[in-house]
Design a protein around this ligand. Structure first.
Ligand SMILES: C[S@@+](CC[C@H](N)C(=O)[O-])C[C@H]1O[C@@H](n2cnc3c(N)ncnc32)[C@H](O)[C@@H]1O
Length: 326
């Protein structure tokens, strides 16, 4: 039976495929009448003249993507150091903690979504509304993966790593019983707590961490969710975080997280990194085989993996895995 098409889905389709807003109410209503569901609508957009004209204009971009893909997949394994001593790890974590503490105080929203409209001085009521609304789609990714793999909806306790100002947390709170919202930036977490209070959301517990030991102390969970967070941590931290948090998933639970794995030309040496100047925000990758190994060590079964557009360049993937029921 058709599930119908909503106004939000129509608008989202315009943004996704045509990179613009719907031109009129008639256009929205026309799409709702014409298409039975999102799948039919997307197929319609893909075959529309407007989409196809844009696509052929971006032939160069296609070429770039194909070349980058083959570079990433067929290159020799990159040298990415992902195991370091405890002292080294402390230094790596301290660097990230300082960066995000500062960003959370100065540019909380812009550091979450780097769009000029979300600079601190531009966050008026309308921009806050627009910013917050983006969290709905990010949270709904879980449903997309569940449906695609035929898994029942996850519930129980969800741990969100790097909740930031609560953009996605707000919507995760609608689908899980409890949320443990963790962040390394006290400023961002403060805004997250205020946002939850403002919205009357009572099932979110915010937890500030400054190091990895605090992650180990967290309780067992039913779901782990993290988007655009791991990418800002160097590979040894990414690996340690995943190892710790994946081990906390209860039988029947699952994980959905995004992490760059195949950025062409990316390499990492802790020595070189710690002696180099710090960019405002860092971008790092952990090799895909390492991520797969971590999932397997934690008893999680990879259900789906999808290339995503979160880093604005090639090489990021979203992983969805489940832990078989006991
Ligand atoms: C780009 S923002 C994304 C926030 C949120 N995930 C969203 O999409 O709205 C990254 C957030 O992750 C936090 N973060 C970065 N590294 C972290 C770490 N190792 N542990 C916990 N939080 C971290 C930052 O403080 C920041 O709030």
């Amino acid at each position: 039976m058709s599930q119908g098409l909503t106004r939000d889905e129509v608008a989202e389709g315009y943004r996704l495929f045509l990179r613009r807003e719907p031109e009129s109410e008639d256009a929205i209503n026309g799409a709702i009448e014409k298409y039975a569901d999102v799948g039919a609508y997307w197929r319609g957009l893909l075959s529309s003249d407007e989409f196809q004209r844009g696509w052929s204009r971006s032939g160069e971009a296609n070429q770039y993507i194909m070349e980058t893909m083959s570079k990433a997949f067929w290159a020799l394994p990159a040298t990415i150091e992902h195991e370091v001593s405890a002292d080294r790890m402390d230094q790596l974590v301290a660097r990230i903690s300082e960066q995000w503490t500062a960003l959370g105080e100065v540019e909380p929203h812009y550091s979450v979504l780097t769009h000029e409209d979300f600079r601190a001085e531009k966050m008026d009521e309308e921009n806050i509304r627009r910013f917050r609304e983006t969290g709905r789609t990010a949270a709904s990714i879980i449903e997309t993966f569940e449906k695609r793999s035929g898994h029942d909806p996850h519930s129980g306790v969800c741990l969100e790593l790097g909740c930031g100002v609560g953009r996605i947390t707000r919507f995760l709170a609608e689908r899980f019983d409890q949320i443990i919202a963790v962040d390394i930036s006290a400023g961002n977490l403060r805004l997250c707590t205020e946002y939850m209070q403002e919205e009357g959301v009572t099932n979110v517990t915010t937890v500030h961490i400054s190091g990895l030991a605090e992650l180990e102390a967290l309780p067992e969970i039913d779901f782990f969710y993290s988007i655009i967070v791991l990418q800002h941590n160097s590979p040894p931290i990414q690996k340690a975080i995943l190892r710790t948090l994946l081990s906390k998933i209860r039988p029947g639970g699952g994980v959905l997280f995004q992490i760059p794995t195949d950025i062409p030309g990316y390499h990492f040496s802790a020595d070189v990194y710690l002696n180099s100047a710090e960019p405002e925000m860092e971008m790092h990758a952990l090799p895909k085989p390492v991520v797969l190994q971590l999932l397997s060590e934690a008893g999680l079964v990879l259900s789906d993996i999808a290339p995503d557009g979160f880093i604005g360049e090639f090489g990021s993937n979203t992983f969805y895995a489940v832990k078989p029921s006991a």
